[in-house]
Design a protein around this ligand. Sequence first.
Ligand SMILES: Cc1ncc(COP(=O)(O)O)c(C=O)c1O
Ligand SMILES: [Zn+2]
Length: 418
Amino acid sequence: MTTTVGAPTTYDLGPARALSCRECGHQIPLAPEFACAECFGPLEVAYSFGRIRRADIEAGPKSIWRYRDLLPVPSDVDSHPNTQPGLTRLVKADRLAAALGVKSLWVKDDTGNPTHSFKDRVVAVALAAARQLGFRVLACPSTGNLANATAAAAARAGWESVVLIPSSLERAKILTTAVYDGALIAVEGNYDDVNRLATELAAEHEDWAFVNVNVRPYYAEGSKTLAYEIAEQLGWRVPDQVVVPIASGAQLTKVDKGFRELGELGLVEQTPYRVFGAQATGCSPVSAAYKAGHDVVQPVRPDTIARSLAIGAPADGPYVLDVVNRTKGAIEDVSDEEVVEGIRLLARTEGIFTETAGGVTVATAKKLIETGKLDPEAETVLLITGDGLKTLDAIENHVGPRATVPPTTAAVHKALGF
Ligand SMILES: Cc1ncc(COP(=O)(O)O)c(C=O)c1O
Ligand SMILES: [Zn+2]
């Protein structure tokens, strides 16, 4: 790419054909834009897909790039240095299923990504698109995981990064971002303040790609790969039910978009599926709107240990409500105590250690089952989107050694109650 940002040009973004307004449907050519000029609604990528075969996908790279013909990226995307996220394991969770009283349960374990959360997927797509669109710096406002993923992806690509975080973020998430040596700026404010600041900076710095702000239409598409992988790993089948944590809500809407595309392209049978959303009660604006039957989301001031999900004014809130209502799912929220119990339940039944966001998903699934909203007979997938090592403070006062003993067998036996 030799063009400058904003110059009229055609971009090589694979099957992506246009940007389409999610509110009024107005379409514009592919461009570094994120808001509709007609109504200020958010723009989304529209495609014209070629013929896509399962066998070609299966023979592709062992990363999200096996789905490159379904993403807004050039076909040679993997020839540029990138973190190669995706193709994380889908775990048959029989012991968790038994504990929850459901028949068939899977855990999509996205802790296995390069920086240990699903954010590596969206950032990899954003970087690939940003390169084509002529940006030079990778940036983001973040609740933590996106900070990790952006700083790491920029380091690997040899790009500069500017990452903005609330200064109150978990220590682990600060250090695991700072280590990549980009420009990490801690902002005195909550995520919604940081997000507003990023929008202002994006307007001033033409060559900064704020992945989830001015490159958001492209970035968000990366979450479709969760749906593609789940379907492929189930043997090209869409599950009956899926439970997804909600912060901005982008992930949930794109998991739905991914399942729909697979059906429309004939890669899976078009079977019905239900999408469920999970929030922490201390930041549950989408859950509150769902329960009240509203189609708009009233912003809240977050107060929860699930800081990765602490977005009080979620950009995709109304679209989440659309998806959940259309697919006959539901949204539920859980207390911080339930979040910790969710983390511990997944750990002790499946040997998977998730961060607070995963605790929200597990605890919400439990509540949805107990209240009869989630069908215990139907095949269910839980999205476990981040790693517990980044939120150790959440469990610090809840788990620890059973005893501290001198190095003798007698002392160990005594501690074990023999
Ligand atoms: C671990 C984890 N899971 C889920 C989410 C929710 O993502 P979204 O903003 O797309 O709803 C986030 C967002 O930061 C996250 O960090
Ligand atoms: Zn519009």
